[in-house]
Design a protein around this ligand. Structure first.
Ligand SMILES: [Cu+2]
Length: 493
C-alpha cells in the first residue's frame, strides 16, 4: 500500500474514532459528460457488461480464478459502426470498485474511465453507463482503470471494433494475447527479463491456451483480417508461419501501401496490429517468437473450413518488422500534413530505480512491485510533472528510455503521429496511441490538442504504471473531475 492510501485509511480511522460513528460517505464521482446522440447517419448501440468473478478454463484441467465481463475472458467483442453512439452499462458484481477505460478512443474526458482522474470507481453492487460516439473505424479495446495492474491482469478487458460505415463487413477475427500469473510451479525467468513478470507462466490466445485454442477458419477465396491485441504486459513477437501478411492498421488507424511481409510482428502491451492474410487457401499457424514466458501454449491455427489442421513445425528465427520503415501510410493524422511547428514540447525520461540492491520477483501474481520505482523525469506518480497544454496547441513529447526495460507509452484521449526515432525523422505516416520505447532509444510523437480535460500518459506495462510510470496532461482551464484516494480509494494503476 502506498503512502497516500495509508494516509487516507488512517484519516478515515481517526474520523470514525472521533465521531464514534461512520463518517458520512459522499456519493462517488460518476463518469460524466456522456454524449447523447450519434453522429449523422449513426445509430445507438447499447451493451451490458457485468464485471464479476468467474472461473476460466485456460485449457482442460487448468482453471483460473478470473474477473471477467459477462463471464468470459476476453469480454464480449463490442462491434459498432463509425459514428454510432455507444452506450455501455457496467454492472459491478465484484467485491471492489471498478471502471471501464476505452483504450484508443478519443472520448469526452469524463467518459475516459480513469479512477482518481475522471471519476471514482463504480462501487460494488452499483452500475454506471458510459455513452460516447465512436469516431473513426478501427480496433480498440476496453479495460478497467481502477487498480488496472491488478484488475486487467485478472481478465477485465475486451475488444471494441468500430467498422467503417457504408462498407461491407469483411471477415475478421480478434486475436488477443495475455499472460497469466497462475499458481503453477514458477519457472525462472531469464536473467535479463523484467523482474515484475517473473510470476507469469503462460500466454493465452483469446482466453485459452495450448490445445484449447480454437482454430480460426476461413472460406476458400476469403481475405481474412486478423485484429491482434496485446492485453498483457510483455512485448510479444507474432510470427505467421510461411505466409506473408499485409499490415492494414496500427492501433486502429488504417494504413495504406503496406507490402506483404513475413517479418515477425512486434506487439507491445496495449498495441493493436491488423493484418490481412492473402486468400491462397493455405493453412498456417500464428506462433510467438518470444523468449519468455514459454510461448508453446500460444499456437493458433488458421485453416480453410473443413480442412485438417496441419501439424505445427516451427521455422527458423525471423527478423522483426520495423514498423517505422514499413512504409504503410496512415489515412489520417493528428499532425499537420508536411510538418508542423510545435507550440508545446516536452521531454520525458523513463527510468527504473531499484530500491533494494537486487530486484526481487513479485511475491504474488499481479501484485505491484515494491522494490522498483518506475520514474518519469526522476519522479514517480503522483509526484510526476503535469504537462500543461492549451486547446489548439501542437504538442510534441519526446520519450527517452534511460532504463533497461521496454516501456510501451500510452496517451489517453488522443492519437499521435510518430515523428522521430532516435532523433531521425520517421518518414512514413505512423499514427498510434501506444508506442514501445526500447531501452536506449528515444521516440518523439506529435498531436493536436483538441480534446480538453485531464488525460493520463503512462506505461502500459501496468506493473510499471503501478510502480510510478504515469503522469497527467492537463488543458488550461479544464477542471480535474476526480481525485486520487478518497472514500472510494480511487487508484488508476
Ligand atoms: Cu514500462
Amino acid at each position: 500500500m502506498r503512502p497516500r492510501l495509508v494516509a487516507c485509511v488512517a484519516a478515515l480511522a481517526i474520523a470514525a474514532a472521533t465521531c464514534n460513528s461512520q463518517p458520512a460517505m459522499r456519493p462517488p464521482v460518476p463518469a460524466s459528460g456522456g454524449e447523447l446522440s450519434p453522429a449523422p447517419g449513426g445509430s445507438v448501440r447499447s451493451f451490458d457488461l457485468t464485471a464479476a468473478p468467474a472461473k476460466v478454463e485456460l485449457k482442460p484441467g487448468l482453471v483460473v480464478s478470473a474477473w471477467a465481463y459477462n463471464g468470459v475472458v476476453p469480454g464480449p467483442v463490442l462491434r459498432v459502426f463509425d459514428g454510432d453512439l455507444v452506450r455501455v452499462t457496467l454492472r459491478n458484481h465484484l467485491s471492489v470498485g471498478t471502471t471501464i477505460h476505452w483504450h484508443g478512443l478519443a472520448v469526452p474526458n469524463g467518459q475516459d474511465g480513469v479512477a482518481g482522474v475522471t471519476q471514482d470507481p463504480v462501487p460494488p453492487g452499483a452500475s454506471a453507463t458510459y455513452s460516447f460516439v465512436a469516431r473513426g473505424a478501427g480496433t480498440f479495446w476496453y479495460h478497467s482503470h481502477q487498480r488496472g495492474s491488478y484488475q486487467l491482469d485478472r481478465g477485465l478487458y475486451g475488444v471494441l471494433i468500430v467498422e467503417p460505415r457504408g462498407k461491407a463487413v469483411g471477415v475478421d477475427h480478434v486475436v488477443v494475447y495475455d499472460e497469466w500469473p497462475i499458481g503453477l510451479e514458477m519457472p525462472s525467468p531469464p536473467p535479463a527479463s523484467d523482474p515484475a513478470m517473473s510470476a507469469y507462466v503462460t500466454v493465452s490466445v483469446n482466453g485459452r491456451s495450448g490445445d484449447a485454442i480454437a482454430p480460426i477458419r476461413f472460406a476458400s477465396g476469403q481475405t481474412v483480417r486478423l485484429r491482434l491485441l496485446n492485453a498483457g504486459y510483455l512485448v510479444h513477437f507474432v510470427r505467421v508461419e510461411d505466409t506473408a501478411v499485409t499490415v492494414v492498421a496500427f492501433d486502429g488507424h488504417e494504413v495504406r501501401g503496406g507490402r506483404p511481409t513475413t517479418d515477425v510482428l512486434p506487439l507491445g502491451p496495449g498495441e493493436r496490429i491488423d493484418v490481412e492474410l492473402a486468400a491462397n487457401g493455405q493453412a498456417t499457424w500464428l506462433a510467438l517468437q518470444d523468449p519468455f514466458p514459454p510461448s508453446g501454449d500460444a499456437l493458433l491455427a488458421v485453416a480453410p473450413e473443413g480442412a485438417p489442421v496441419p501439424a505445427f513445425t516451427p521455422s527458423g528465427i525471423r527478423p522483426v518488422l520495423d514498423i517505422f520503415t514499413y512504409g504503410a501510410q496512415a489515412s489520417a493524422s493528428p499532425w499537420p500534413k508536411g510538418g508542423g511547428v510545435p507550440t508545446r514540447t516536452f521531454t520525458l525520461t523513463l527510468s527504473e530505480i531499484s530500491r533494494t540492491r537486487a530486484a526481487l520477483p513479485s511475491p504474488m501474481p499481479g501484485m505491484e512491485m515494491g522494490d522498483v520505482s518506475y520514474q518519469i523525469n526522476g519522479a514517480a506518480f503522483p509526484d510526476t510533472p503535469v504537462l500543461e497544454v492549451s486547446l489548439g496547441d501542437l504538442v510534441t513529447i519526446k520519450f527517452v528510455n534511460a532504463g533497461r526495460q521496454d516501456h510501451p507509452m500510452h496517451l489517453h484521449g488522443h492519437a499521435f503521429q510518430v515523428l522521430e526515432r532516435d532523433g531521425m525523422a520517421v518518414k512514413g505516416l505512423l499514427v498510434k496511441d501506444t508506442i514501445v520505447v526500447r531501452p536506449g532509444s528515444s521516440i518523439t510523437v506529435g498531436f493536436l490538442a483538441d480534446n480538453p480535460g485531464w488525460w493520463m500518459i503512462h506505461c502500459h506495462q501496468l506493473h510499471h504504471a503501478a510502480g510510478g510510470m504515469m503522469l497527467l496532461l492537463r488543458y488550461q482551464g479544464s477542471l480535474r473531475l476526480a481525485q486520487l484516494g478518497g472514500p472510494y480509494q480511487s487508484t488508476p494503476d
